[in-house]
Design a protein around this ligand. Structure first.
Ligand code: SF4
Length: 331
């Protein structure tokens, strides 16, 4: 499979800007914490043409930050991102074709759709601005896109508040499709929807993939959501990928203790007993990540070595990478 996206050693640090109370305390002589937030800590990941890669992890693990870097909305602090072999690391300097080829769909369509714009303009503005469609062709172009996402072309004159959550999600998808992307970064794109509507929108994503040959980076906190649509899954914990591999194999035989705990939390019909107990504790702050293996404060198998030495992400089976010292004893 040809690489569409090649993310290599990407790091993103944010300066921890003091808030008003902290600045006030600083003026009174208190010491202010100015440590950087390590949102993404050396991530490498490839996405092939037409491939669906699920990126899962708890809230605050850095998956949305990684998605925004891939979409070119923010630039990495270190590392490279290539699209079809071309360097697109600095998002704002991307060639126009590369910028249009990677689109992002956000979690909350209500927040990402301008409430004062009609659907026709929400979907049609960007392709017209970029010269993909002329003014005369716009109505037909928007109607085709609405039809493609399962909405009647009659809704083109409506405003976002006149739609249900599921319909707004479809409008958001039509808006991304309007720029003829090759890769769509979906950031928790079904998280706000009821379970039955989630299933319909996931089916739409898969239908579009088949018809248009789209690739997705599908970001979710819910492994149960990504397992059915992903070819491969990457599991992220506190800024690092801890495991990745083919979706069905990773769910059937999770290697990393964090993935094992996540898999055990997927609800299954008829499952009487979980194989592992639920993940205990909170994800630590990216302001002060634990040394060694970031997962060690919550890991039931942690040893002294885990507290001081970062486990390398290495191949533990064909196509399967995992970052856990336990694999050293199994060769
Ligand atoms: Fe647990 Fe140690 Fe493996 Fe980290 S390296 S997941 S702490 S056993």
């Amino acid at each position: 499979m040809t690489d569409l996206i090649d993310i290599a050693g990407v790091v993103k640090r944010f300066a921890n800007e003091p808030d008003f109370a902290e600045r006030l305390a600083g003026m009174l002589g208190a010491r202010i914490d100015t440590r950087a937030v390590h949102a993404v800590d050396g991530v490498s990941l490839r996405i092939g043409e037409g491939e669906v890669v699920g990126l899962v992890g708890e809230s605050g693990c850095g998956k949305s930050t990684l998605g925004r870097m891939v979409a070119g909305l923010i630039a990495p602090t270190e590392g490279q991102i290539a699209f079809r072999g071309r360097d697109v690391t600095g998002g704002s300097q991307r060639r126009k074709q590369d910028a249009l080829a990677i689109q992002m769909i956000f979690q909350d369509p209500m927040a990402s759709l301008n409430p004062r714009m009609r659907v026709r303009d929400l979907i049609g503005e960007a392709p017209q601005m970029h010269g993909l469609v002329s003014r005369g062709e716009l109505s037909g172009y928007v109607s085709d896109l609405l039809d493609r996402v399962g909405l009647s072309p009659d809704v083109a004159q409506r405003y976002p508040h006149q739609f249900s959550g599921g319909q707004r999600a479809r409008v958001g998808i039509a808006r991304a499709l309007a720029l003829n992307p090759e890769l769509v970064v979906c950031d928790e794109s079904v998280a706000a929807l009821d379970v039955s509507i989630q299933a319909q929108v996931l089916n739409l994503f898969m239908d579009l993939r088949e018809k248009l040959g789209l690739a997705y980076l599908f970001i979710s906190h819910d492994l149960g959501v990504v397992e059915h649509i992903s070819d491969r899954i990457a599991v992220m914990y506190l800024g690092r990928i801890v495991e990745q591999g083919a979706a069905t194999d990773l769910i059937a035989r999770p290697n990393h203790p964090y993935t094992q705990a996540m898999v055990s939390e997927i609800p299954r019909i008829g499952t009487q007993k979980r194989r592992f107990s639920a993940i205990k504790g909170e994800i630590p702050s990216p302001l002060s990540p634990p040394p060694g293996c970031h997962f060690h404060p919550r890991c039931p198998f942690a040893t002294e070595r885990c507290r001081s030495e970062r486990p390398a992400l290495r191949e533990v089976a064909p196509g399967r990478l995992s970052a856990c010292h336990l694999n050293d004893s199994t060769g």
